[in-house]
Design a protein around this ligand. Structure first.
Ligand code: AN7
Length: 368
């Protein structure tokens, strides 16, 4: 049964919505909200699970690979799933301002939802290491941007202290409501496939998302909505891989600035998901990330940001271990438009500039 048919079936059975109402309404009974919770939503979630034949063919063995394209959320990343919950609960608790540290996507999402909920949004970012699209969003959404001469890990230390000492609510993934919202992505995958996939491939930065997915998969299985649990296959960028090398990385570096994080706050939860799911973590190089990024773009018409391509790069690196006939889901956490510089500098397109505006010149360049 198609995803849309399932949705409609669910809709007719539940509170009566006809169109996707946002993930809190869709999964209300599985989330910590009550009738007193003001729902701050941009109708996030309900993102497509898209088959990617090129990747399936590269793996072979009858395997079906899908991408969970969470770059199609309202601010262009999976963070919106967590933010609709965190901001709705902050509003319920009477909070007037929120704060986060961010490599970019959290700041965009926090700003959008906080402002929509009538709150101030303070965002701490590593100066010079946030992709242009994300910075543009934070500004347009009316955040108060504090760019520090330091990396994400330092920014997170500062915002944790500030939220302890001042009346501002922390909306990084240490906020448990973030994890609650993000777990719905696992529900959607099972709703679409009818069961959990054999593998879930996911990029890891601060490791909130892998924590959330695992929670979602476990909860749905306990409810009898799936028969199996996936193996959690996490990936980090080689220069920024504290969970693979099992140590804090003081100066993380990678082209995938979203996951340029050296000391993940959800480390214990990520390791728990790995152990319980019989999963495995692996590092991928920037070169492997860019190769996967280009492949998705020019073979599948899917534009994700470099951090997201780590899930595909990782799957391809683990090709030999993939079981026959498996269903595999790779999470594409963010939209490619977030990082235009990376796109312009990493593509194999032919771009002929400065042409005479004549039919002859254009036709000649086209090869006719
Ligand atoms: C596109 O925005 O940490 O392992 O501050 O933007 O849950 O941290 C972003 C993380 C993967 C990693 N893909 O997720 C931030 C931030 C994209 C991301 C991750 C991020 P987590």
């Amino acid at each position: 049964m198609s995803f849309i048919k399932r949705l409609n079936q669910k809709a007719s059975k539940s509170s009566g919505w006809k169109h996707w109402p946002g993930l809190i309404e869709a999964y209300r009974e599985l989330l910590p909200v009550s009738t007193n919770t003001p729902i701050i939503t941009l109708q996030e979630g309900g993102t497509p699970l898209i088959p990617v034949k090129t990747i399936s063919n590269l793996i072979g063995k009858g395997v079906s690979v899908y991408v969970k394209y969470d770059g199609l959320n309202p601010t262009g990343s999976f963070k919106d799933r967590g933010m609709t919950m965190a901001i709705s609960k902050a509003k319920e608790e009477g909070c007037e301002a929120v704060i986060c540290a961010s490599t970019g996507n959290t700041s965009a999402s926090a700003a959008a939802y906080a402002r929509r909920g009538g709150m101030r949004a303070y965002v701490l970012i590593p100066d010079g290491y946030v992709a242009q699209g994300k910075l543009a969003q934070a500004l347009v959404y009316g955040a108060e941007v504090l760019a520090i001469k330091g990396n994400f890990d330092k920014a997170l230390d500062i915002v944790q202290e500030i939220s302890k000492n001042y009346p501002v609510t922390l909306v990084n993934s240490v906020n448990p409501y973030r994890i609650e919202g993000q777990k719905t992505a696992a529900f959607e995958i099972i709703d679409a496939l009818g069961d959990a996939p054999e593998w879930l491939c996911i990029p890891m930065g601060n490791a909130g998302n892998i924590t959330a997915y695992w929670k979602g998969f476990e909860e749905y299985k306990n409810l009898g909505k799936s028969q199996t649990l996936p193996r959690m296959m996490g990936f980090q960028a080689e220069g920024s891989a504290p969970l693979i090398y099992n140590k804090i990385i003081e100066n993380p570096e990678t082209i995938a600035t979203a996951i340029r994080i050296g000391n993940p706050v959800n480390k214990i939860n990520a390791l728990n998901a790995k152990t319980k799911s019989k999963g495995s973590f692996l590092a991928v190089t920037d070169e492997e990330i860019i190769k996967a990024y280009k492949l998705l773009g020019d073979q599948e018409g899917i534009f994700c940001e470099p951090a997201s391509a780590a899930s595909i790069a990782g799957l391809l690196k683990r090709k030999e271990e993939v079981p026959k006939n498996a269903n595999i889901v790779c999470v594409l956490t963010g939209n490619g438009l977030k990082d235009p510089d990376c796109a312009i500098n990493n593509n194999d397109a032919s771009f002929h500039s400065n042409l005479d505006p004549s039919l002859k010149t254009v036709a000649k360049k086209m090869g006719f």
